[in-house]
Design a protein around this ligand. Structure first.
Ligand code: SF4
Ligand code: SF4
Length: 448
């Protein structure tokens, strides 16, 4: 039997918060959402440079046709998520104001996919061949980071990877897309982990779950059986358990130095949806054209997990879930802790959209803030050992040096501090602003 390790023997990290969120809609199977009449597919859904369009208005495409090609080392392919006709190449506005190119496709009645050919046994592929297939499938970190996966699977030669960790914690409340994926696709997930291990030459794989994910744990244990290359690790349900650095600390007992990547300590962390996509890309040549999205919150009557074509507007997901517009005061993309407020209902599902939350006034709580009472709760909650209230004060006062000295740049923007603050201070926004200024100052000093 793949060992389930005793969580109390794991070196837990300090800080973090216990979040008692609403029940996650775990029990219902993933539902496939039909595409809308047209989809808008952004050519930048990842960290790096946008892809360049390789289709023109009037072109016919199938599900999986390449519509965007990478333009730089850190960039990736974009594929059509529906079969249909390219209506236009346009630009859409991103939160923050920048515009990015996007391809609008009118959905055809007949949804044909590009042929994928014979299944390949990944054990017969070299690490280079695995990376090439992952690159051509346009896979990026689907947990929200959006970093191109083929680059993550190519660590520097002087930083060998011995352990690949699967972040199956899904530690934000409301979200359950990954947990449902594990329950429904445990074989593909375990195979995806082994593919990633082969790509980076790691001997050991770990599947890390929060303790309350019993169905998911049971599903993967049934697949792993007595294999010795993979272990299931059960961790306390504590936010932000899924943060890369904290997961590595909890599972391997290794500390990733400030400003360094997990490869500095021989680790690679991948998300559940990403590894399933890796398995499908390597085995069937299947590109990323859809993803599972949790729709939840007090302003929907039917919370659910949907398999959604990329480029479908979030309004379609909300309407499928019985959205009560009059009760909804905020729509959040992602989880409530690290997600962002949607700027419009025309925003579309991308490769990194894990959730769409329709929140009521009661869920948002009071927006009134009160001055700091020096209670220290934010200090206790911060998983990076920072004093968030002090850093935020320094930021508001424009004291850049003081904020830097206090470790502002180490902030993960996890929101544990703001969650704990009795004064409801907008600590994350304030620290994010000071981080932006500090990073700008660093670039100026380097003459960039
Ligand atoms: S200061 Fe940053 S890392 Fe610390 S709790 Fe607040 S958001 Fe999280
Ligand atoms: S939790 Fe809020 S009130 Fe308490 S010390 Fe931190 S910022 Fe001040």
């Amino acid at each position: 039997m793949g060992a389930v390790l005793n969580l109390f023997k794991r070196p837990a990290y300090k800080g973090g918060v216990e979040i008692h969120g609403p029940v996650r809609p775990l029990s219902e199977p993933i539902t496939t959402l039909a595409p809308t009449d047209e989809v808008v597919i952004p050519l930048l859904q990842h960290i790096g440079a946008p892809a360049k369009p390789v289709v023109a208005p009037g072109d016919e495409v199938r599900i999986g046709s390449v519509i965007g090609e990478p333009t730089a080392f850190v960039s990736t392919y974009i594929h059509a998520s529906v079969a249909g006709r390219v209506k236009e190449i346009t630009t859409i506005r991103r939160p923050g104001g920048a515009t990015i190119p996007a391809v609008v496709i009118e959905t055809a009645a007949d949804q044909q996919a590009e042929p994928t050919g014979e299944a390949t046994d990944w054990r017969e592929l070299s690490p280079e061949e695995i990376r090439d297939r992952v690159r051509k499938a346009g896979i990026v970190g689907m947990g929200g980071a959006g970093f191109p996966t083929h680059i993550k699977l190519a660590p520097p030669p002087d930083k060998p990877i011995d352990s690949v960790l699967v972040n199956a914690c899904e530690c934000e409340p409301y979200l359950s897309a990954d947990s449902r994926l594990v329950i429904e696709n445990p074989t593909e997930l375990v195979a995806g982990l082994r593919v990633a291990m082969r790509a980076v030459g790691a001997q050991k794989g770990y599947l890390a779950f929060e303790a309350d994910r019993l169905d998911s744990i049971q599903a993967v244990r049934a697949v792993i059986k007595d294999a010795s290359d993979i272990e299931v690790v059960v961790l306390p349900s504590k936010y932000p358990q899924g943060s890369e650095k904290h997961l590595i600390k909890s599972v391997l007992g290794r500390t990733v130095p400030l400003g360094a990547l997990p490869s500095a300590v021989g680790a690679l962390v991948q998300n559940v949806a990403t590894l399933i996509a890796v398995f499908r890309a390597v085995t069937y040549g299947e590109p990323v054209t859809r993803r599972v999205v949790t729709v939840n919150g007090g302003a929907v009557s039917k919370p659910a997990n949907y398999l959604v074509p990329i480029g479908v507007p979030i309004q379609a997901l909300l309407e499928a879930s019985g959205w009560r517009e009059d009760e909804c005061v905020r729509v959040v993309l992602g989880g409530p802790m690290m997600g962002r407020t949607a700027s419009a209902l025309s925003e579309v599902v991308t490769k990194t959209t894990s959730g769409v939350l329709a929140l009521t006034a009661a869920e948002i709580g009071s927006l009134e803030t009160s001055p700091c009472i020096r209670c220290g709760r934010c200090l206790t909650a911060c998983p990076m050992g920072l004093y968030p209230g002090y850093i935020a004060d320094a930021g508001v006062a424009g004291a850049l040096d003081a904020a830097e000295k206090a470790g502002a740049l180490a902030c993960l923007e996890c929101g544990s501090c703001a969650y704990s603050c009795p004064g409801k201070r907008p600590l994350v926004q304030q620290i994010r602003e000071i981080k932006f200024k500090l990073q700008q100052r660093q670039r100026e000093r380097k003459g960039e």
